[in-house]
Each structure stands twice: as structure tokens, then as C-alpha cells.
Design a protein around this ligand. Structure first.
Ligand code: WT7
Length: 654
């Protein structure tokens, strides 16, 4: 198979302003290059120096990197620390009264928690877990709504060395059951229910269903946080209220000193096929990745910033950039229980105004839906507190990038498009905003210490402009250590032999003349049209530049002659067109793609809907779209689908 062709060209450049550059943690491109050079010449000491500078160690390490049993790398593995101590205790001497968390509930109620208060709540919960018989190394499943309690629960696990596995509150009983069983969890922390967009989302009943799915469950205890006050089933002897377990606990808990390589958490990632993968992260290496990226990419200023990452703690983004990164730096952050479109599509902008948010990090899918539902709303809010914007989760099309840059950042705030994964724990490729000129649609350049490359199927590095497999050549501290219970799958998935020891991310990408990386989509989604291999991202981006289009996804459908033809699923900014209007729109868009990219990329078929099928984390479910495009029976689990009703709409072809 040949390389993947890049067909879309984006030439706009946005250098950092002199004002931003002057105050930046990494100021100017020479500073960035010096860090990269240092990493190259002093690898792996480069990381050791950062680990000494940014982590407070209980017992300092002497060994840096052990690659003897590659790809099971070990970092700083004779050192000891406690992650929760690094996130809480070390801030208490100087700024115990600083606000750690500004929590905004779904209904708009706001509460503030200082570092001192958070410390005490984490300690009390840690003591409660110990009282329940939880020890270092035990697994605890956390199935909670976005709340201060979710952060307290995770930090309490870290404090006593229990391994948390957070399951997003939107997952079904079946998904929850699978994760409980695979992790062999002894205890689950949940809530009666949560609130999202004015609706009550039951959680405890889902836990009850999950636990009823097998006769022998490893779960001994269910701790229930009373959030909604709704009536729930209660199993005496198994279920306990959160408030009952913590009320009599001491507000100090001696941290468990952990080895640097002890697992901090497991997080299941669904991947494209088969059983979910339990991504296992380390303690020190993971924490280091979260901290260094906060400094470099978010240009963190703990004393003055108000940081807001909109991700739920059920995702890796909520682990690294809610629970661990910001707290390790002693930042003030906003966390939000609700959804961006309720009570209206101005919710985010109103919250930025109210809490004087400086750094705002969200997903392209949220940005696109807010453009569709209220492009004029940002102008009605005071967004002058913002100084930096970020995106994560999928490639951002240049149209959405520019809207974010202009309407939200008012051309004042750099936009950092951050490429990384559950498996990498922290940002891998992203602009350092005071140093790197951005280009809409590109995640730009690797972070210092990250040797990213693009390879063909034989593992050879590809020249400029040719798309292939995105890899990282050298081990780095925040990389996953293994897959829980499945080291073999870890090796074959991420370190396949043809790639000679590189970490293979599973994404396709190409590089431009300046070495900038452009992510083209998942390798498994690459289309093959008449012998041309095309990434999904560029065609979707071209569609999204049409003024009528809000969002688009393309998939391949087998074709006798061409190999595959392209089927486009499109959401328009106005109402979903029908019959003749749909046909006319399809023709227009086909022509548009022909003009923007070339005839080869023209979708053969169009289907219009009010929405696209997405996972709860906002990723387009392309497997499902492929089944729709092929008119196959839908066999996938659609229980985690945000909007199952739209599947019917997307069945009609034009
Ligand atoms: C996959 C990882 C990273 C935390 C949230 C998702 C895609 C992520 C970008 C980006 C292009 C991106 C990739 C990656 N992705 N960020 N900035 N540009 N693609 O974590 O669920 O592990 O997903 O999301 O395909 O491999 P995840």
C-alpha cells in the first residue's frame, strides 16, 4: 500500500503576539528549540531534571530510565512519592486559602473550595476508604457525575495508593459491568443521580443493574454520594452513604508513599474493536507529563490564572487537566456539571465572563455545535479575561479553529490544538503558545522530549507531504505502562514489530515543509478511492468550509471498480433538507469538494441529519456510519450513543 495522500492545503499563519510572547513560560521559538536540543543531547537526563524540579519526592530517585524489558519501560523507579501529596499538601504552606475549585452546578449554583478545604475532604475520604478495608493496590471504580466529590474520590484513592478506574457517567450497565469485572474492583463510588441539561441522570440504578449481571461480583461495597435526593434501591450491608462514611473521619490522612512505577489509575478506552483496553498509568511519569504540559502548552500562571478544562473526569482529559495537572501546580480551576447548550448555547460564554476564566480548553465538537446553535452569542458576553484557548479530542477543521480564534479569543488569544491520547497521558504534539506560530488545523510541533515521526508500513520515515503512521520514537515518562491484565495486547497494539520499537499511535498524519504535523484521522478510517489513500479529516474539513455546513463525517463504502466510494454524512446549519432540496444540496456539496480538493475526493453519496452519531466523549462513531453507508444491520452497542434517534434520519440517501 502506498502512503496516504494529503489533498487539503491551509496556508494561514498566526504568530504569537509580542505581548503574549513577552510573558510566556517558553518565550520565543529559540527558547523552544533550546529545550528540544537539550532533550536530544541529554536524553533521558532531560526528563530527570524536570522530574526533580517539578515533583516533590519522598525518596529521590537515582535511576532514570530502565529500558531493559522494552516496551515495558520504567522511569525513576527507585524513587518514592505520593501524587495526592504533590497536588495538595505541598501547597498548604503558602496558599492554603487559594481557591482550588470553582464548581458550577447544572442549575447555575456556584461553590468555591480552597486548597485547605480540598485537602481536608480528600483526607476524610481517604480515611473512610481505609475504614472500608481498602489497601494499596486495590481497584476502585468511580462512577460519579462531574463534581467536587469526583475529584475528592480520585485524590483519596491516590492518597492511599488504591488504583482508581473512573467510568464516565454516560456508560451503560453493561459497559460498567465489563469494566468492574476486568479491573476486579472491590469498591465502587457512585451517586444517586446527577444533573445534565435540566435532566436527572440516574447512576445508582445503573450500578445496581451492573452488579446484578453476574452472580459473583468482586464488589464488596458501594459508596453513594447523595447528589439529587431521589429515591433509590438500597442493599443493606453493601451500600453506604458517602456522608455517613466521611462524617466521623479525621481530616488528616498520612499519605501512602508509592513507588514511582506503582499504577496511579486504569482508564478504559473503547478503541475501534473488541474488548475495552484498560490503559494503565504510572505515578511519577504520568504526573510529570501532566505538570510539564501545563507549563509549556497552557503557559500556566498558578497565581493569576483561572483555568477551565470542560472535559468530564471520565476521560483522560479530565484526569490530566482537571484532577491532576492543575492541582499539582496549585491552580484555580472551574469545573462544570452541566452541558454547553443548556439552558442555551451561551452557557460557556456566560461562565467565562462570570468566573473570569483565563484559559479555556474544550473539544472541537463542542465548538461546532455552539457555532451551529448560536454563533452570535459570544459577542453578547465579556470574554476579555481570556488569554489562551485550547482544543482536544479530534482534528479541528480550520473553519471552527478560525471561529474560535476570532469570536472567542477576539484574535488576542493563541489557540493550542493539542494532539495526544489516553495512552500518552499528556500532550504530545501541540504549540507552545509563546513560541510557535500556529496554523489552523495543525497541532504544529512535538513538545520538547517527544520524538514524533511519520512512517510507512515498513517502518521507514516518510518525506514531507506524505501521510503515514504517526509514531513516537523514544519512550517518554507519561506513556501508558501496559494494558491491565493484558501485557501481550499492549505489545502488539502499540509496539508492533515492523515499527522497530516505536510507539504506534494508530493515527495517520503528514508533515509540511516546516515540520508541522497534520493529523489525518485514525489509520483504520483511511479511505481507498481508485488507489488513492485519503484521510477522513481533510474531506470533512473541506465540507465544513461550505457556508451551509455545520459538521460532516465521511466513510468508505466498497465499490467494484474504485475500491471504495465516499459517503458523506452532513449536518447543515439550517434545517435538515428533504427530497429535492436535499438533492440540490448534495450536488452543490459534491461540486464544492471537487473544487476544494479535487474530483477524487468527491463524495458519491450524501446523507443529511440533524446530528451525527457520537460517543459520549464527542467522537464520531465512524464504525456505525460505515454500517449505515453499507445498509447493514446495526450490530454495535449503541447504548453509549448521545443521540440514538438520529440513526433513522441518516438511513435515507441522496
Ligand atoms: C485520539 C485519542 C486526548 C484526549 C482526548 C481523547 C484523536 C485527539 C486530537 C487533535 C487530531 C486528535 C486522535 C487520537 N485526537 N486530539 N488535537 N487532533 N486528533 O483521547 O479518547 O484516547 O483519543 O483522539 O485520533 O488518537 P482518546
Amino acid at each position: 500500500m502506498s502512503h496516504i495522500e494529503s489533498v487539503l492545503h491551509e496556508n494561514r499563519h498566526f504568530p504569537p503576539s509580542t505581548t503574549f510572547q513577552a510573558q510566556a513560560n517558553v518565550s520565543g521559538v529559540a527558547h523552544y528549540q533550546a529545550l528540544c536540543e537539550q532533550a536530544r543531547t541529554t536524553y533521558p537526563e532531560f526528563w530527570a531534571n524536570l522530574a526533580r524540579e517539578h515533583i516533590t519526592w519522598h525518596k529521590p530517585f537515582n535511576r532514570i530510565l530502565d529500558a531493559g524489558n522494552a516496551p515495558f519501560f520504567r522511569w525513576f523507579d527507585d524513587g518514592e512519592l505520593n501524587v495526592s501529596w504533590n497536588c495538595l499538601d505541598r501547597h498548604l504552606t503558602h496558599y492554603s486559602a487559594r481557591t482550588a475549585i470553582i464548581f458550577e452546578a447544572d442549575d447555575g449554583t456556584v461553590s468555591h473550595v480552597t486548597y485547605q478545604q480540598l485537602f481536608e475532604r480528600v483526607c476524610a475520604m481517604a480515611n473512610a476508604l481505609k475504614e472500608q478495608g481498602i489497601h494499596k493496590g486495590d481497584r476502585i471504580v468511580i462512577y460519579l457525575p462531574m463534581s467536587v466529590e469526583a475529584i475528592v474520590a480520585m485524590q483519596a484513592c491516590a492518597r492511599i495508593g488504591a488504583i482508581h478506574s473512573v467510568v464516565f457517567g454516560g456508560f451503560s450497565a453493561k459497559s460498567l459491568h465489563e469494566r468492574i469485572m476486568d479491573a476486579g474492583a472491590r469498591l465502587i463510588i457512585t451517586a444517586d443521580a446527577g444533573f445534565r441539561g435540566g435532566k436527572t441522570i440516574p447512576l445508582k440504578s445503573v450500578v445496581d443493574d451492573a452488579l446484578a449481571m453476574s452472580t459473583i461480583s468482586p464488589i464488596e461495597r458501594v459508596i453513594v454520594y447523595q447528589r439529587a435526593g431521589c429515591s433509590i434501591h438500597w442493599q443493606n450491608g453493601r451500600d453506604v452513604w458517602w456522608h455517613d462514611c466521611v462524617s466521623s473521619q479525621a481530616t488528616f490522612c498520612e499519605p501512602e508513599w508509592m513507588n514511582a512505577e506503582d499504577p496511579l489509575f486504569i482508564l478504559y478506552t473503547s478503541g475501534s474493536t473488541g474488548r475495552p483496553k484498560g490503559v494503565q498509568h504510572s505515578s511519577a511519569g504520568y504526573l510529570l507529563g501532566a505538570i510539564t504540559s501545563m507549563h509549556w502548552v497552557f503557559d500556566a500562571k498558578p497565581a493569576t490564572d483561572v483555568f477551565w478544562c470542560t472535559a468530564d473526569v471520565g476521560w483522560i482529559t479530565g484526569h490530566s487537566y482537571v484532577t491532576y495537572g492543575p492541582l499539582a501546580l496549585g491552580m484555580t480551576q472551574v469545573i462544570f456539571e452541566g452541558i454547553p447548550t443548556w439552558p442555551d448555547a451561551g452557557r460557556f460564554w456566560r461562565m467565562i465572563q462570570q468566573h473570569r476564566v483565563t484559559t479555556f480548553y474544550t473539544a472541537p465538537t463542542a465548538i461546532r455545535s455552539l457555532i451551529k446553535l448560536g454563533a452570535d452569542l459570544p459577542a453578547q458576553h465579556d470574554l476579555s479575561s481570556l488569554r489562551l484557548l485550547g482544543t482536544v479530542g479530534e482534528p479541528i477543521n480550520p473553519e471552527a479553529w478560525l471561529w474560535f480564534y476570532r469570536q472567542i479569543g477576539q484574535e488576542r488569544c493563541p489557540v493550542v490544538d493539542t494532539w495526544w491520547q489516553t495512552e500518552t497521558g499528556a500532550h504530545m504534539i501541540a504549540p507552545l503558545p509563546g513560541a510557535i506560530t500556529t496554523k489552523p488545523g495543525s497541532c504544529t510541533l512535538p513538545l520538547p522530549g517527544i520524538q514524533a515521526d511519520i512512517l510507512d508500513e515498513q517502518g521507514e520515515s516518510l518525506p514531507v507531504g506524505e501521510g503515514g503512521y504517526l509514531v513516537v520514537r523514544q519512550p517518554f515518562p507519561s506513556l501508558l505502562r501496559t494494558l491491565w491484565n493484558d501485557p501481550e495486547r499492549f505489545k502488539t497494539t502499540y509496539f508492533p514489530v515492523e515499527f522497530k520499537g516505536c510507539y504506534v499511535a494508530g493515527d495517520s498524519a503528514h508533515r509540511d515543509e516546516e515540520g508541522y504535523f497534520w493529523i489525518m484521522g485514525r489509520i483504520d478510517d483511511v479511505l481507498n478511492v481508485s488507489g488513492h489513500r485519503l484521510g477522513t479529516m481533510e474531506i470533512e474539513s473541506a465540507l465544513a468550509t461550505h457556508p451551509a455546513v455545520a459538521e460532516a463525517a465521511v466513510v468508505g463504502k466498497p465499490h467494484d471498480i474504485k475500491g471504495e466510494t465516499i459517503v458523506a454524512f452532513v449536518v447543515l446549519k439550517q434545517q435538515c433538507p428533504r427530497n429535492g432540496a436535499a438533492k440540490a444540496m448534495a450536488d452543490e456539496l459534491r461540486h464544492w469538494v471537487g473544487k476544494e480538493i479535487g474530483a477524487i475526493a468527491k463524495p458519491e453519496e450524501f446523507r443529511f441529519g440533524e446530528n451525527l452519531p457520537k460517543t459520549r466523549s464527542g467522537k464520531i462513531m465512524r464504525r456505525l456510519l460505515r454500517a449505515l453507508a453499507r445498509d447493514e444491520e446495526i450490530s454495535q452497542d449503541v447504548s453509549t450513543l448521545e443521540n440514538p434517534a438520529i440513526l433513522e434520519q441518516l438511513k435515507s440517501v441522496c
